[in-house]
Ligand binder design. Structure first.
Ligand code: HEC
Ligand code: HEC
Length: 135
């Protein structure tokens, strides 16, 4: 009786190890986010949050300015969906901003090398969805 119980205990512990092992394995291989084309697929949650909060602040908008509503859950947004055209516009803006920095800003002679100023969304947008044009 005692022997059989011990065997059962060993099996329970072993399957727990396999189960836990399996979870960390899957987490490692499957990126958390489903549809990133510009940002790194391995970006940490907090970093992605920072980028999205930055977009919100620099354009003076909310998440739903760029993200589409969910088709299955009422009142929710589907962050991975590309149904809102502003998401692709934003991807182009991200590529453009990166290129400005890498191709141009990085290569000019800097008068203040201690504090090189990079182009960001705010450089142009300044809290507006469409940059204000000086008249
Ligand atoms: C100015 C447009 C814009 C705003 C505002 C914005 N997002 Fe995004 N979001 C994007 C773009 C573009 C991507 C995809 C980036 C890429 O392809 O690398 C994205 C991707 C995401 C993803 C990853 C989805 C996936 O699984 O691929 C999440 C989560 C997300 N956004 C959440 C938010 C939240 C929450 C807010 C509001 C706080 C927000 N976003 C505001 C443009 C925006
Ligand atoms: C060099 C200036 C510049 C930079 C930098 C820039 N943008 Fe833009 N953006 C513009 C201009 C100009 C427009 C308006 C184009 C038009 O009239 O359709 C625009 C339009 C947009 C739109 C569409 C707005 C709408 O009303 O539909 C989004 C979204 C956007 N930008 C997001 C971003 C984000 C996010 C960044 C940073 C990654 C960024 N932009 C960086 C100049 C810039």
């Amino acid at each position: 009786m005692f022997k059989r119980n011990r065997k059962a205990t060993v099996i329970v512990i072993l399957s727990a190890i396999i189960f836990v092992g399996n979870i960390s394995f899957t987490n490692h291989l499957q990126p958390r986010f489903k549809n990133l084309k510009v940002l790194s697929a391995n970006i940490a949650d907090e970093q992605l949050d920072d980028v999205m909060d930055g977009f919100k602040a620099s354009l003076g908008v909310k998440c739903n300015f760029c993200h589409a509503p969910s088709k299955t859950q009422q009142g929710k947004m589907d962050m991975a969906s590309d149904d809102n055209a502003r998401k692709d516009i934003t991807r182009e803006m991200m590529r453009m901003t990166n290129e400005m920095n890498q191709k141009y800003i990085a290569n000019i002679p800097h008068t203040d090398t201690a504090k090189i100023q990079m182009v960001t969304c705010t450089t142009c947008h300044r809290g507006q969805a469409k940059p204000v044009v000086a008249k």
